[in-house]
Write a protein that binds this ligand. Sequence first.
Ligand code: H2U
Ligand code: ZN
Length: 345
Amino acid sequence: MTIYEYPHRRLNPLTNEWILVSPHRAKRPWQGQVEDIPDEQRPTYDPTCYLCPGNARVGGVQNPKYDGVFVFDNDFPALLPTLGDTSHIDNSHPLYQLQPERGICRVICFSPRHDWTLAHMPVERIRAVVDMWGEQTLDLAQNDWLTYVQIFENKGQAMGASNPHPHGQIWATERLPREVSKEDVTQRAYFEQHGKTLLSEIVEVELQQQIRVVYENEYWLIVVPYWAVWPFEVLLIAKRAVAYLHELTSEERDGLATALSAITIRYDNLFRTMFPYSMGFHQAPVNSGPQPHWHLHAHFYPPLLRSATIRKFMVGYEMLGTPQRDITPESAAERLRELPSERFS
Ligand code: H2U
Ligand code: ZN
């Protein structure tokens, strides 16, 4: 057996953290039953949904009868743009440190159609979402005290989404979030040493090796990263080393919409279900000077392992030791790559 079939560690160069791969465990009999859970039947409009056009939200504000993409300030924001009374802050003990954190939280409805997800949406409609993500980044960056615009989507109950209506969130913060901060350090170090972005090198190697490629078009590459933790985790990388969503050309935006459609459809086809995940973009910090080391990408973290109902839990050793996976990233990529490009129905 080669080392690829033996327990080994792999380095995530974006976070500089190791993960554990235990490929031999995947030899446990693959129950493999693809549970055929029929698509949950949802109406195109749900009068009780707080995100559907024309409906009242929890706080009482009424949504407009929007037709495309609709953004509003989160009625229950995790961050506030104003600073509270900071006079009681006592950071005199080095082990008890506190920083006030300001921010702005928004919700973005991808479509008026209650029954759709990105996997159902026509590419032109996804393109409108891509445009809005860019617009929101620029708009939020007008606040010079914000340094980061985090765009993300929680999809499906398994990932804690509060509502099936297709939507995502945007949290913009005064400081860099933890994951972004790790990627900032590693990408900067790589750029300083090699004069090109870390992810341009990854794109080059992945295109050469092909074994982890799930999908590719002229402008975007989707791979199961070498260091993936979640069974069907993917990384969506811009082929050009662009730093921000709003810097994408029109062709790159179309390419991104097509790539998002391609991966979400394959995900749904994998277990013939509305495939849950958390996804989000990592773009460069805003209001922070030139960022030549930053390379735009998105992470998809889906929890499912073997079927629509069997998920991977990040517990035990993962919480206390190191994240671990059974099936190799290469075999996950192969399965995803071979799925049909049209959504099952
Ligand atoms: P999630 O499904 O990812 O939790 O996102 C839904 C967000 O929508 C959540 O942050 C907000 C919640 O605070 N929300 C409103 O702002 N208004 C509402 O009427 C319902 C939900
Ligand atoms: Zn709805």
